[in-house]
Structure formats: C-alpha cells, structure tokens
Design a protein around this ligand. Sequence first.
Ligand code: SF4
Ligand code: SF4
Length: 213
Amino acid sequence: MQAKKSYWRNWLSSITSLATGLSITFRNLRTSIKSKKPVFIKNADYFQQPEGIATIQYPHVSLPIPETGRYKLHNEIDDCIVCDKCVKICPVNCIAIEPIKSPEEFGRTSDGTPKRIYAARFDIDMGKCCFCGLCTTVCPTECLTMTPEFDFSVYDINQHTFSFADMTAAQIEEKKKNWEEHLTQKTVVPSGTGEVKPTRPVFKPKIKPAGEL
Ligand code: SF4
Ligand code: SF4
C-alpha cells in the first residue's frame, strides 16, 4: 500500500515538473517573436525590458558601443608627421615606422604642423595591440585614433597588420636619394686638399697642463 502511494506521488511530481518546464518554454516561445531593443548598458531600461529575446541577430543587429571605446586604430596618414612618439610609447611594440627625412618642409597637416619626414612604412599589428590607447594620447597631430570598428576577425593573424603608408616603391627610392644628396652637399671639400671638412665646428676640449690647478 505504501509503495503504491509513493508511486502516485512520484508520478504527480513528474507531471508537475514537466508542466512547469513546458510553461516556461511556451512563455519564452511566445515572447521570442519580439526582440529586445538594443540599449546601452548604462541605460536604466537595460534590465527592465520584460519581454523579448535577449540575444540579437548579429551581425544584422548590433548593440550600441560606448563612444569612448577602444577598438581598431586608424592613422590619417596625411596628418602624420612621423614623429615616432606612438612607437616609443607603445608597450607591446606593435607599431612599425620607416621614416625618410626631407631636406625641406614639404607640406602641412590639417592643424598646420609642418611636415618634414615621409612615412615609407607605417604598420600597426592589431593582433598584438592591447588597446591601451597610449599612442592616441601622445600623438601631437591627433591623426592616430581609435575607430568604432571592433569586428575585424580574420583566419590568418598576419592579416591583422594594417598598413597606412601610401608611398610607392619609386617614391621611397626618390626621397631616400634626395636625403642622401642633401647630406653629401652638407660637407664642404676645400679646393686642393681633398680633405672632407664637416660644416659643424669640431669640439676641442681644453686640457690643463699637469700640476696646474
Ligand atoms: S593602443 Fe596601446 S598597444 Fe595598441 S598600438 Fe597603441 S600604444 Fe600600442
Ligand atoms: S604620434 Fe602621431 S604624428 Fe607621431 S608618428 Fe605616431 S601617428 Fe604619426
């Protein structure tokens, strides 16, 4: 008799559990035809939306991102003065620059800063970047910025190196040659001696004779 009672109690408990589970499933099925509004996490409504599915149909829909977020870097190369500050401050060495000096100013950035160095190479390895933002902070012309682009997944990690320099191989060669010629012209060769005399005065230290104070 006791075993019979226990059997029916278990049966009832199973049916109740099943009914509870199915009611949750059907409730979610009913609300899933609606989608929750993508709202920013700081918004008071973020946890207050009673209905709708929590997931979104990414990439067709995406959540708003913070304006101050740190994502993919961009260098507006026309405004870059190739000062090297971003390279020096980067804690993970993910910025690589090849500068070529120019004998004279060859242009100005949009904020009026003179340009005297060409960028033969300006690469950022976003695969190494830790998104600290230090490089954007030190950039004097504000040409290096974080963009809102956060999804740049690739199959090959080498494709995470982004190049911003836009000089052709011929232009690089020409600018290097110009600078070498400029350096050559800076040395003066007095006629008849064949001696190469530097344009800067040579520093001669004064040496006191031994014993003199
Ligand atoms: S954000 Fe930080 S880690 Fe990334 S390139 Fe700039 S300085 Fe380097
Ligand atoms: S700090 Fe700015 S201006 Fe200087 S090299 Fe880097 S990106 Fe260019």
